[in-house]
Write a protein that binds this ligand. Structure first.
Ligand code: DC
Length: 228
């Protein structure tokens, strides 16, 4: 039997990390952990309880009422996010959450709680995680680290098409502004900012289709597995 590894995928918002992570997980028969979904679910919980990100004490104490789980939906063949027992998979992808998530993701107490849950979920390996701090903080010893990038224009176009398809009333300019703001907050925050791990392999997918990207990533994954 081949050895199991951890695949850590980091990068800016809307680079196609989750599509890639899911495809790698499927090919290798690994689990996929969407860490962004966890920060989104935590944000949704705080918004629903009218707790602003600025009120750190209230955020801290509310964390004990927060339970985030992933459950596999056999009909759709995808894993979905549950917040305190409720399926929030669609709700966490709305602009209401997107506009606030980076602010809550800067809060140390939220990060500590999410990171420890992620480490627990990945400790037996055979997992693919995507996020901002996977290769640097969550699993710095991951056998394969991929840092994904794509041009700003292409990222905005992709996210715009996604949101439009879901029926959100939004302009391309609004999506561009949201991405730029999230990139700024994610990469300049004090707590585990988004940065490329020294040993990460960079994958710029501006001009690659999904099949081409997956082929590159799977080659890297198989090399890493064979090194074990
Ligand atoms: O990947 P995403 O767009 O679903 O992530 C949502 C937000 O969560 C993103 O703006 C930054 C934050 N995030 C984070 O800080 N650390 C992670 N590991 C994953 C996401």
């Amino acid at each position: 039997m081949s050895k199991k590894i951890i695949v850590a995928i980091d990068g800016y918002s809307s680079c196609g990390k989750s599509t890639m992570a899911k495809a790698i997980a499927k090919s290798l028969g690994y689990s996929y952990i969407d860490t962004g979904a966890m920060y989104r679910a935590a944000t949704l919980h705080m918004l629903n309880n009218q707790i602003p990100a600025a009120n750190i004490e209230a955020v801290k104490s509310e964390l004990q009422h927060l339970e985030i789980r992933f459950k596999f939906n056999p009909e759709k063949q995808v894993s979905e996010t549950y917040l305190n027992g409720k399926n929030v998979e669609s709700e966490i992808r709305t602009m209401r959450v997107a506009e606030q998530v980076s602010n809550y993701a800067t809060i140390k107490e939220i990060r500590v709680a999410m990171v420890s849950q992620q480490q627990q979920m990945g400790k037996k390996k055979a997992v693919v995680l995507d996020g901002r701090d996977i290769g640097t903080v969550v699993f710095p010893e991951a056998e394969l680290k991929i840092f994904m990038t794509a041009s700003n224009a292409i990222r905005a176009q992709r996210r715009f098409a996604e949101l439009k398809a879901k029926g959100e009333e939004i302009t391309l300019q609004e999506v561009e502004n949201n991405l730029a703001e999230r990139d700024r907050i994610d990469s300049t925050r004090e707590e585990s900012p988004l940065k490329q791990a020294k040993d990460a392999k960079v994958l710029d997918n501006s001009h690659l289709n999904q099949t081409e990207q997956l082929e590159i990533a799977l080659n890297w994954a198989n090399e890493a597995i064979n090194r074990q």
